[in-house]
Design a protein around this ligand. Sequence first.
Ligand code: KG4
Ligand code: ZN
Length: 342
Amino acid sequence: MIVLGIESSCDETGLALYEPGKGLLAHALHSQVALHAEYGGVVPELASRDHIRRALPLLQQALTQAGIAPAAIDAVAFTQGPGLAGALLVGASIGCSLALALDKPVIGIHHLEAHLLSPLLSANPPAFPFVALLVSGGHTQLMRVDGVGEYTLLGDTLDDAAGEAFDKSAKLLGLGYPGGPEVSKLADSGDPTVHHLPRPMLHSKDLNFSFSGLKTAVLTVVRKQGETLAPQQKADIARGFVESIVEVLVAKSMAALKQTGLRRLVVSGGVGANRQLRAALDAAAAKRRCQVFYPEMEFCTDNGAMIAFAGAMRLQKYPDAARHDYAFDIKPRWPLDMVCGA
Ligand code: KG4
Ligand code: ZN
């Protein structure tokens, strides 16, 4: 069964072909980072238009890479939500039209479920059950994962997501978009002893997060330093921010492992690409004789491979989830617990 995956929920257009047993046959990706950079964030209308421009050439590229004709596609999976409505509509309409033209089933995929399962695409995949730390631009969640479609929410952010905190802090420091990688790079040359920023909810008894106070702390420090920040001052603030957010993410992840009694932690979403976070999680998990799994770097941020993979996993486990009606709808807001089961 060859599944075509289409991702278009935000600022990446991704198309990929996945075949269970064989693996990833092809994946093609276009990032809109350059398009949105001058605005300091994603402009939804520009994102939708660019998805329209890129999707079919990327599909052709993926088919050529896999060496197959469109008729060889057995099912089409597309990101149905959550995400930007206009951007989601592009992937949904292309996915459903293609499936209709090819007379093949179609399935709408939850973007976060795809992130959650993306580490299973790697050469050394984790076995179920595991604890998942999902850290993206829009979400920060800890989840217990017992299998495909079997998710229990353990903790969530009460306000900003981890990636959002990175992006907002980057803006306050006058860095480019997306902010996460920039803050991370700058933090490397910063002094960790200069700024001790708050660790929000570090000692709360639950597994929830809150990052809006951390962003305000960055703002307060930036204001205190005066008009223009010297490069070293910026680096010190970036370092203080990274130290704080990493400590909270690691502490809550370890607490989730303890609470569930599980020994495997799976990290996914864009912030999962962060080197400081990876190093700290690896060290903390090793102390507890736990293992940490990450998606390949290229599959941390949005891509079509994770959608094709999630589609294939769902269709194998829940064959009734395959639709033949092609009346597409999108779910810009869609809680992950709604996708438990078929
Ligand atoms: O998963 P993703 O590509 O999109 C969403 O589904 O949100 O995540 C994007 C987020 C952005 O906030 C970006 O700044 C952050 O992931 N990010 C990083 C790094 N790479 C991407 N944050 C920290 N360090 C990184 N290396
Ligand atoms: Zn994402």
